[in-house]
Ligand binder design. Structure first.
Ligand SMILES: [Cu+2]
Length: 213
């Protein structure tokens, strides 16, 4: 019985991916010729470049997660044309569970990394326990005139720092009841105690157990 719940969840790991909502992504990575599997920016060039103003000390990032869980990292390259990603804005490993939207209200940029008017590219990477990774990029300009999005919210997604004792940022438990079952939830509600640490391993174990039941 449990396996009927878990197997569709696994299937979605390979098919659903994610949207970068804010800053506006470089282009639709679901379009023909693009693929989120392709490093570094889903095979989307800057030909039809759009740039979003972003505050000098960091700004909002809004991601629509389609998978039931994922690790993610957000990296930055300073420069205009396909800059190399030389710094990460997520030095700690993050794990999200649930599909919905994740709002990071202010992703900090280390002081001195960027100055007014600098162009840069943000690279969002999501990855699973095998290391399989998906990419999206957004081109930005650092500006004191940047305006935060008004519609950035976390809905149905829980974000934890792997290894941290308590779930902290961007927690939304209100919507877990209408979310699809995640591998950890279907093991019997022990999701909270698993937290973010090794959720991939937990998921794999849960599948193994379910198939043996
Ligand atoms: Cu996918």
């Amino acid at each position: 019985m449990k396996s009927f719940i878990i197997l569709p969840a696994l299937a979605s790991l390979a098919t659903a991916h994610y949207d970068l909502v804010f800053p506006e992504w470089r282009g639709d990575s679901f379009a023909d010729g693009a693929s989120q599997w392709i490093y570094p920016c889903a095979n989307i060039t800057q030909e039809k470049s759009n740039r979003t103003l972003w505050p000098l000390d960091g700004g909002a990032v809004n991601i629509h997660m389609h998978h039931h869980w994922t690790y993610y990292a957000i990296n930055i390259g300073i420069g205009t044309l396909e800059p190399a990603f030389t710094a990460t804005l997520t030095p700690e490993l993050h794990n999200t569970t649930g599909n919905g939207t994740l709002c990071i209200p202010k992703l900090s940029v280390p002081a001195g990394l960027a100055k007014e008017g600098d162009n840069a590219t943000l690279q969002v990477v999501t990855f699973d326990s095998f290391g399989s990774a998906l990419y999206n990029c957004a081109d930005i300009t650092f500006s004191s005139k940047a305006v935060d999005p008004t519609d950035c919210k976390t809905d149905g997604v829980k974000d934890v720092i792997v290894g941290a004792e308590a779930a902290k940022t961007s927690t939304d438990t209100a919507n877990t009841t209408d979310a699809a079952p995640t591998p950890s939830q279907s093991t019997g509600g022990a999701a909270a105690s698993f937290g973010g640490a090794g959720a991939g391993v937990v998921a794999a174990v849960a599948v193994g157990l379910a198939l043996m039941v």
